[in-house]
Design a protein around this ligand. Structure first.
Ligand SMILES: [Zn+2]
Length: 113
């Protein structure tokens, strides 16, 4: 379960951000997770509960903002949803496009003390 290593990294990074801000504890952490990032939100929530144990984030809540996978078609200047599993084919001009605009995010966007 690679969500556990991701959750551990989130706990470590959020802890560092809180320390740099001089915060004693963390009440919640917000992360952006792309549809194509290969992370299952439910598994991430579960892993976070394991990873936060005994840290400054022991009482913290994990907020997951999901980002849909979207690609760009240069032929007709159209952005389209690739879905899951991703299908990189422009629905407008019927051509393949692999120019991904969003969906691979995996980042901390907020740490609340
Ligand atoms: Zn197109």
């Amino acid at each position: 379960m690679h969500e556990l290593s991701i959750a551990t990294a989130i706990v470590e990074q959020a802890g560092e951000i809180a320390r740099a801000d001089g915060a004693g504890g963390v009440s919640s952490v917000t992360v952006r997770v792309g549809e194509l990032a290969g992370v299952v939100p439910d598994a991430l929530h579960f892993a976070f509960e394991v990873a936060r144990d005994g840290t400054a984030l022991a009482a913290a809540r994990l907020v997951v903002e999901q980002v849909p996978g979207r690609a760009w078609c240069g032929e007709c200047a159209e952005e389209f949803a690739v879905g899951m599993p991703p299908f990189f084919w422009c629905p407008r001009c019927d051509r393949p496009s692999r120019e991904l605009r969003s969906g691979r995010e995996l980042e901390i966007t907020g740490v609340q003390s």
